[in-house]
Design a protein around this ligand. Sequence first.
Ligand code: GLY
Length: 353
Amino acid sequence: MESIISFSTQIHFNYLGYEALESHLKTSNYSSIFILVDENTKEHCLPIFLASLGRNYNIEIIEISSGEINKSIATCLKVWEELSKKGADRQSLLINLGGGVITDLGGFVASTYRRGIDFINIPTSLLAMVDASVGGKTGVDMGMLKNQIGVINQPNMVLIIPKFLNTLDNRQLNSGFAEMLKHGLITSEPFWRVLKQVDSVDQLEEHIYESILIKNEIVRQDPREKSLRKILNFGHTLGHAIETYFLENTERESLLHGEAIAIGMILEGYLSHQQTGLGINQLEDIKKTICKHFKQVDFEDKDIHAIIDLLKYDKKNSHGSIYFVLLKRIGEAQIDNRVPDDILSQAFSYYKE
Ligand code: GLY
């Protein structure tokens, strides 16, 4: 797979990635190199990564605990302190080896430590490969509110090593698959049709490149999310509220990000049918395809009310209103749509049918 070069970021795949990294390290003359991991990537991915480097570098490891709950400013403080204690200066490099929590948090730590040091993302989850690691969104949650604090700052390099996917279970792979399906829904009907044929998430490796190309092209045109980039939020307005609700609600098993987004895409598909002309056959196609991979979640009336209440805190709100990305058809999205409240609850009824 050919490398993708845009802005100051280079995205490299497989062995070309290691070559590009080594040549970058050779020419950049970093004063010190740090790798940020969690307990899982330390055990399963770090040994593979280190063994694949052509020579021994003097590398310090910084470990944080896995999980969205740790994507917080408190964790950043620990990493900033550790960088400082270990002598990181402005010429240091931080390599983020992990899923979306590591790449988001590590990117933010690097962007703010000493007013910004270089960082490289090496995503180890499918979700981070096709979404979080590309595009420069960095940051942390504030309490239960996702991604409230952060900056947009492009990594110097992203390395996609599909071998790391072997360390994931199907639930984790599915979570990333939701974002790939989204890329088809918002920009490319042909890609959607290809993904629809996927029976098992073990078959996804060959489609990662296309997914990253789609995301990267959107980000290239609108890095700061002034307009076009908003289409990447399809399924996320309701999806984030659902994710937050399940995270807060101790009686319910929490959902992975992609699982919540998958539900959000069915709901926002319904809104699209009502508001922006998405045909009923395409809506049914979206629901059927998503339900083939994601088990249906029960929503009682009290859950639905609480989720709709949570929407008003969603980060995509602007000027006090809730705006949705909706589909005109599969492959074409429209930003900045307002939706009446009663259609929101109807969308849940459609999901439950
Ligand atoms: N995850 C959506 C974006 O990067 O804009």
